[in-house]
Structure formats: structure tokens, C-alpha cells
Ligand binder design. Structure first.
Ligand SMILES: [Zn+2]
Length: 380
């Protein structure tokens, strides 16, 4: 479920992305409304108008979901949690937080903010539908009624207690406020979320086999819920296990460094082959230039390795140069570290070490075997 989303702009300073699947959804909604719903509600409606209203309805739904996610974002921000981006996905959106709420009551407010917005939207459309005079063209009534209906559906769906849906977040906040343990509350909420996700897949598949195509939606959402619950749980458990661990404690130190001015072929012959490490910090005199790894070398065609210097191909990513006090859990969340898999650690004496994602995973594995990864980092 990690298709790259397309950035469409910013709202309230928050980047808004759309998953490519969303275009398919808009087309699907436009088509079903244009072919079935509007001709049903307004008999004799012109075909282009029916499809036009279908597209309008899909876009209004899109705006409703965006407002829902903005509701989450605004409240989260007020409680000190930054929102990295809002991603619109199938029947809803995801507001990606760059941290975790500090208290259960913040999480509760954050989780309820989106549904509160959707409730307002649904109520507003319902009120308009009721207030419309009987002389209103039936196509117009149908547009308003559809928004009331679809926003109510979104409201009910999002309040299912399937973490990470909003209802699941509410449940996690309630468990968290009771036992004071975010990791344990996440585990419980994620387990219930996964259970419900599998249930949705099962019911969805059976319904589809029985001829109800809506079951396909349910199965898709179930798939999303199970995957998302697992990802949220893993992310938090890793953070809990690693939180407060410093890079200096996990790095390989001191690292063998490669001079910036030598050629790539010399680096291979004098460093990569004899030392059998796959990455080295690159130094120009005493100055740190960046790092070089095997895949960077592989991208230089063999005939050019003699004429290319290490300096030219070194990875110079500022977020990959850290000091030894750096929290490893924060480092793990940096996109550059996830991509390159290594960071250069500068020790207090000025010498450098290297921390690889493999080292971090090894520590995690060891913690797991020791039984400490499950909940409490207190003895760590
Ligand atoms: Zn929500």
C-alpha cells in the first residue's frame, strides 16, 4: 500500500498528496453516478449532465475528505505534533504525523477532530436536502443527498474501532489513558484492527462471490487496515526499543576512512577489497566530505573508475552526518538513512565512526531475543 503519492499543493502549510489510485476512484465514482445514480434520481436527465454531476460529486467527496484530514492536522498541530503530509487514499485520507502525541487526551482530540468535521459536513448537506423546496429540480436534490449519504458513510467507516482508522485511534487513546502505556495500547489496538481487517476481507470476498460488487471495496479497505495496523505497530515498537539509544553506542568505531583525492579504482583496490567493508567515510585532509559505499562505486562504469575521484562520487547528504549523541530512533525515520542505509558518526574526539541500518537491525534482533522489544524500554 505504499504507492508513491503525487503532490498537488499545500493547504495551511501542509503538503497534500494524492495516491495514483485516487484518479481511478474518481473515474469509478463518476461512472457509477453518471450511468446509474443520476439517471435513477432524475429520470430523463441528459447523459452529459448525468456524468458532469457524477464528476462534481466525486470532487465534492474529495474536498470533504480533505477537510476531514485538515481537521486532524489542525488539532494535532495545536498540540505540538507536526503533520508531514496529507495523503488521500481510496475512501479516505491519512494525515502523516512526524511524531507521537504526548498524552492520551491529545490523541483522543486528534482522532476525533476528523470525524467531527465529517459530521458537520454530513449534517450541513442533510439540512440543505431537507430545506430544499419541493420545486427544486430532482438532479439538484440528488447531488445534495449524495453528499449527505457519502459523508455519513465516511463518518461511520472511520469510527470503526480498527486501528489505524480514527475509531481505532480513539480506542488506543482510551486504553492508553487507562494503563498509561502507549506501546501496550498500540499493540492491543493494532491486534483488534488486524482482526477487523481480516474480517472485512473475508466478508468482502464472500459478498463479491455472492455478486455484490461493493464487497470488493470492503476487501480492499480490509487489506489496507491490516497492512496499516502492522506498520503502525512495528514503527512504534522500534521507536520504543531504540528510543534514547545513542548512535555512539551502536556505531562501528573508529571507521577506516578513504581520502577524497584518490581514484575510485584505488579506493576499490586499497579499501573495499582488503577491508571488506561496504562503506567508508570520505575525508579531505581532516575535513569530512561524505561517505562512499559499494553501490555508489558500482554506478561508475569500470573504464571511468581510474579517472574519477572518490570526492566526485561521495554521498554528501547533511542528514547522514550525525554526532554520537544522536537518538537512533530519530535517525531511522530519516528518508536519506532509509535510502542509503548508513550514516557517518562524529565522535566527541573528532574521529569518525559508521552506523549502518544493519547494525541497528542487529541490535533490534538482540533486544527482541531478550524480550525487551515488546513494551518497556525502562531497563534499557
Ligand atoms: Zn480521520
Amino acid at each position: 500500500m505504499s504507492l508513491r503519492s503525487i503532490r498537488i499543493g499545500r493547504l495551511a502549510g501542509i503538503p497534500i498528496g494524492i495516491q495514483p489510485l485516487w484518479f481511478l476512484i474518481v473515474a469509478l465514482i463518476t461512472w457509477t453516478l453518471g450511468a446509474v445514480y443520476y439517471p435513477d434520481q432524475a429520470p430523463g436527465i441528459a447523459v452529459p449532465l448525468a456524468y458532469g454531476l457524477g464528476l462534481l460529486s466525486a470532487l465534492l467527496l474529495f474536498a470533504s475528505i480533505l477537510l476531514h484530514e485538515l481537521g486532524h492536522a489542525v488539532v494535532a498541530r495545536r498540540h505540538g505534533v507536526e503533520i508531514e503530509e496529507i495523503d488521500l487514499w481510496l475512501l479516505g485520507g491519512v494525515a502523516r504525523m512526524s511524531g507521537y502525541p504526548k498524552a492520551a487526551k491529545d490523541e483522543l482530540r486528534f482522532a476525533l477532530a476528523g470525524p467531527a468535521v465529517t459530521l458537520l459536513i454530513a449534517a450541513a448537506f442533510a439540512a440543505v436536502a431537507l430545506a430544499l423546496p419541493s420545486s427544486t429540480p430532482s438532479a439538484v436534490t440528488a447531488v445534495v443527498f449524495y453528499q449527505a449519504f457519502v459523508n455519513t458513510t465516511i463518518l461511520v467507516f472511520n469510527l470503526l474501532p480498527a486501528f489505524p482508522l480514527d475509531g481505532g485511534r480513539v480506542m488506543r487513546a482510551l486504553i492508553w489513558s487507562r494503563n498509561g502505556d502507549l506501546a501496550q495500547a498500540t499493540k492491543t489496538a493494532a491486534a483488534i484492527g488486524r482482526g477487523l481487517g481480516y474480517g472485512m476481507i473475508g466478508v468482502g470476498v464472500l459478498a463479491t462471490l455472492a455478486g455484490a460488487l461493493g464487497g470488493l471495496w470492503l476487501a480492499l479497505i480490509g487489506l489496507f487496515v491490516t497492512a496499516a495496523a502492522k506498520a503502525e505497530e512495528n514503527g512504534l515498537l522500534v521507536r520504543t526499543a531504540l528510543g534514547g539509544r545513542e548512535a555512539g553506542k551502536l556505531m562501528a568505531f573508529p571507521a577506516i576512512t578513504v581520502p577524497a583525492k584518490i581514484s575510485v579504482s584505488e579506493a576499490v583496490a586499497d579499501y573495499f577489497v582488503p577491508h571488506r567493508f561496504s562503506a567508508f567515510p570520505v575525508l579531505d585532509g581532516g575535513r569530512l566530505v561524505g561517505l562512499i559505499d559499494a553501490s555508489t562505486v558500482e554506478r561508475v562504469p569500470a573504464p571511468r573508475r581510474v579517472s574519477t575521484s572518490v570526492e566526485e562520487i561521495a554521498i554528501r547528504e547533511p542528514s547522514l552526518v550525525i554526532d554520537e549523541g544522536q537518538d537512533v530512533a530519530d535517525l531511522l525515520e530519516r528518508p536519506a538513512f532509509q535510502r542509503v542505509g548508513r550514516a557517518v558518526v562524529i565522535a566527541s574526539d573528532g574521529r569518525v565512526g559508521i552506523l549502518s541500518i544493519t547494525d541497528v537491525n542487529r541490535v533490534l534482533r538482540a533486544l527482541e531475543l531478550g524480550g525487551q522489544l515488546t513494551a518497556h524500554p525502562r531497563s534499557a
